[in-house]
Design a protein around this ligand. Structure first.
Ligand SMILES: *Cc1c(COP(=O)(O)O)cnc(C)c1O
Length: 410
């Protein structure tokens, strides 16, 4: 019996007597998977900081679902159930990092000799894992522009097993028509994994669009406070999730109970944060569009966004997220001056989706490990400025940006 089955049979809030299907999204964010501690009534799930679990007898080995914390841990289980509930999946597994989730998915669905189709614009670490690590293990990858699904169709080979999409893509925010892509992968018998880190379940749920697995770097909006790192794979079916859990137990790249405890608290405010961040992002994108020092701005909420119609189709609640990017006139030198000089509340660093507003230079930071020609092909120039809007006052963020932009030599 798995840990999840144990909790489900025990009338967990979020299943059984409290059907998930009847709960609104914000209710699931707070209560999904959680029930009062059976011993003390503690309203939030405690940190079960225990390596092993005492068994009643050999015959009843693992009857309560727990034997050893690499295989399952009660605090971690609750986070898995919550993420499965909010992403509309059957089950989830959580990992030490987003990259642990990515590499577990690839290791589960691919064998030596197999081929996968990966979006040509993704988190830099995803690109590197495929290009320099999994190829070494005898797997093959084709990187394609998924804005046009003809590119995916043309790349399918007899040994293709997996399609990995990311929408909006990090950092260019290009979107993929996930329903159409899922229809194609289903017709061809391929597994479709979609990285939903940027959109989050508040804005879009890939499983609603037919994806088999939703990948999340929970480091970003699930944590939302620049506090922890983590990852998740939410699967559309229990069978797929069981396969991922089997790989995870072998690789041993689990999330620790301490981190699961933190993320169980931070995720509750995810919708509130994203609503505020998205409203700020729209204000900032609109301001940038009107500033003479700015060459180009991309935000899925702007009328000028090239895939605006698809953004409106994919994204729920008329919300388009906290991420935007822009380029300033004068190229790399001015782009770098802006990133170096913009003052508080902005911070120049990696990470995104947090309460603190962040400016990132992907060419040097998050996407430095892509091949330069691949990076430039998808539009990540050396002066590309990636912005993650936090939850500070939008006026303070705008004022600091204006001072830095006004100072650029044009
Ligand atoms: C950050 C990120 C990852 C990797 O997650 P880590 O937690 O840093 O390992 C994967 N995908 C996307 C879209 C990301 O932004």
């Amino acid at each position: 019996m798995s840990a999840n089955q144990h909790l489900k049979s025990d009338k967990v809030a979020g299943s059984g007597s409290w059907p998930v299907e009847e709960q609104g999204f914000d209710t699931l964010l707070v209560h999904g998977g959680v029930k009062p501690d059976p011993v003390t009534g503690a309203i939030i799930t405690p940190i079960y900081q225990s390596t092993t679990y005492v068994q009643e007898s050999i015959d009843l080995y693992c009857a309560k679902g727990y034997s050893y914390t690499r295989s399952a841990n009660p605090t971690v289980t609750v986070l898995e159930q919550k993420l499965a509930a909010i992403e509309n999946g059957a089950d989830a597994t959580v990992y030490a990092t987003g990259m642990a989730a990515t590499t577990t998915a690839i290791s589960t669905f691919m064998n030596a000799g197999d081929h996968a189709i990966i979006t040509d614009c993704s988190y830099g670490g995803t690109n590197r894992a495929c290009r320099v690590f999994f190829t070494r293990l005898g797997m093959e990858f084709t990187f394609v522009d998924m804005r046009d699904l003809k590119n995916v169709e043309d790349a399918i080979k007899p040994n293709t097993k997996l399609v990995l999409s990311e929408s909006p893509a990090n950092p260019t925010l290009t979107l993929t028509d996930l329903s159409a892509l899922s229809a194609l992968t289903k017709a061809k018998g391929l597994v479709h994994v979609c990285d939903n880190t940027f959109a989050t379940a508040h804005i879009m749920r890939p499983i609603d669009h037919g994806a088999d697995v939703t990948l999340i770097s929970t480091t970003k909006f699930v944590d939302g406070h620049n506090m922890t790192v983590g990852g998740a794979l939410v699967a559309a079916t229990k069978e797929i999730s069981d396969k991922l859990r089997f790989t995870q137990n072998i690789l041993g790249n689990n999330m620790s109970p301490q981190i699961a405890f933190y993320q169980l608290q931070t995720v509750k405010t995810m919708s509130l944060r994203i609503e505020k961040q998205s409203s700020t992002a729209l204000k900032i994108a609109t301001f940038l569009e009107s500033h003479p020092a700015v060459e180009k701005v991309m935000y899925p909420g702007l009328a000028s966004f090239p895939q605006k119609a698809l953004a409106d189709k994919l994204h729920r609640n008329n919300v388009h997220g906290s991420m935007l990017w822009f380029e300033v006139r004068g190229g790399t030198a001015n782009g770098r001056q802006l990133m170096d000089t913009v003052s508080r509340p902005w911070s120049l660093c990696e990470n995104l989706g947090a309460s603190e507003s962040i400016i990132t230079c992907p060419a040097v930071m998050t996407h430095a490990n892509m091949l330069k020609e691949d990076r430039l092909k998808v539009g990540i120039t050396d002066g590309f400025v990636r912005v993650s809007c936090g939850i500070e006052d939008a006026d303070d963020l705008l004022r600091a940006l204006k001072i830095a932009l006004d100072a650029l030599p044009l």
